[in-house]
Design a protein around this ligand. Structure first.
Ligand code: PKZ
Length: 331
């Protein structure tokens, strides 16, 4: 049975190296100075570096589209949010490319499959319905609920579509007064999907990039869950800080339960597939950045994804009561 190491505070030095107070009885030490200077609400340096890969990818993709002669000379359609197919500068600039149709457009299915394989097969979760496994599934449930609210349904149209309409957008059919008069009350609930389905054109508002949002949210979920279980890097494990219920700041090692030893082939089962999905998502993010959307659409896609990830993976570090439910990956 997993045993809690309750009475040990483990402080982490600023450079993320060896814990300086490992093994000291909790009552006898003060919260570490270096840790106290860094807030539990903030990522470690290594996490910040890894997270910054996303804005960097969007930047590189956008620069590629600006300097590549093929992209520069291809006309871009704001309405289509892409280059018209006949002028597409690359296979990946086509909406019908196989990776878009079978991977990104059903991206949450692949995220779910990858997460499920990891959570079922990785021995670090222990046997059966362990607390660690249940909390990981709860985190997945929260991220999935966020994805649903943003892109699928939010007590009616999803938040992306509500934002689009709030910023002045509408379905082209609904702009025509004659067509409007003939529409039922459901016109108020029209979404991008229903608009396109009836041959309308979804125009005029700010359309957050759903691709950027989904690809960042899905791949981050996989990285955040898998990396602390895989790596020994301090910045992804004990370098993470938390606020304890008494308000003290400590290393997450304080709450860590003894973990089953995970080695060899077993460790890689379930993980390889998830890493493959996350890597393909990164590639599609780069292609999205290079060939689709405006800068602002990409930025808002990134911002909305980061907001949800921050709430689910970082806020609980500073709030013990929340962390009791959500836990933290690798803990
Ligand atoms: C407390 C208790 C907890 C428990 C609580 C339980 C929680 C509840 C659990 C339920 C469990 C659910 C489990 C789900 C598991 C599944 O299996 S879900 C089913 C699978 N479905 C999905 O994954 C759907 C995923 N797709 C989406 O979310 C949306 O389609 C997207 C991808 C976010 C965005 O949609 P979008 O309309 O394409 O929007 P956008 O990115 O703005 O693109 C604009 C245009 O540019 C094109 N484009 C953009 N980038 C590209 C690109 N790179 N290449 C080509 N074209 C591009 C787009 O294709 C689009 O063109 P059109 O198709 O509109 O003409």
């Amino acid at each position: 049975m997993a045993a809690r190491r309750k009475h040990t505070y483990t402080a982490v030095s600023e450079n993320g190296s060896a814990p300086v107070t490992a093994g000291m009885p909790g009552g006898t030490i003060k919260p570490p100075t270096a840790s106290a200077r860094r807030s539990p609400f903030l990522p470690t340096r290594l996490e910040a570096l890894l997270i910054s890969i996303y804005p960097a990818t969007l930047l590189v993709g956008s620069i590629i589209s600006t300097i590549s002669p093929a992209s520069r000379h291809a006309p871009y359609s704001g309405d289509l949010q892409s280059h018209p197919p006949e002028f597409a500068p690359s296979y990946f600039a086509l909406k019908k490319n196989v990776f878009n149709v079978y991977f990104v457009k059903v991206g949450w299915f692949w995220t779910t499959l990858a997460f499920t394989m990891f959570v079922l097969m990785h021995p670090g979760f222990g046997r059966g319905l362990s607390a660690r496994r249940v909390k990981a599934v709860l985190r997945y449930g929260l991220v999935t609920t966020y994805w649903i609210f943003i892109t699928q349904w939010f007590f009616g149209p999803p938040l992306i579509d509500r934002g689009f309409r709030l910023t002045g957008g509408a379905c082209e059919l609904a702009r025509d007064p004659n067509a409007r008069a003939q529409m039922s009350d459901t016109k108020e609930f029209i979404t991008a999907a229903t608009c396109k389905a009836v041959g309308g054109s979804w125009k005029g508002g700010h359309d957050i990039s759903g691709h950027v949002f989904l690809l960042i949210l899905g791949s981050s979920l996989l990285w955040f869950e898998i990396l602390p279980a895989l790596t020994r890097a301090e910045g992804l494990r004990d370098g993470r800080l938390i606020t304890l219920s008494d308000g003290k700041v400590a290393s997450v090692a304080v709450e860590k339960q003894d973990q089953p030893k995970v080695e060899g082939e077993e460790t890689t089962r379930g993980v390889k597939f998830a890493l493959g999905v996350a890597a393909l998502m990164w590639w599609m993010l780069l292609m999205t950045a290079a060939y689709f959307h405006t800068w602002f659409e990409k930025f808002t896609g990134l911002f909305v994804a980061f907001t949800g990830l921050y709430a689910i993976y970082f806020v609980p570090r500073g709030i013990a009561a929340l962390r009791a439910y959500t836990g933290m990956p690798g803990v």
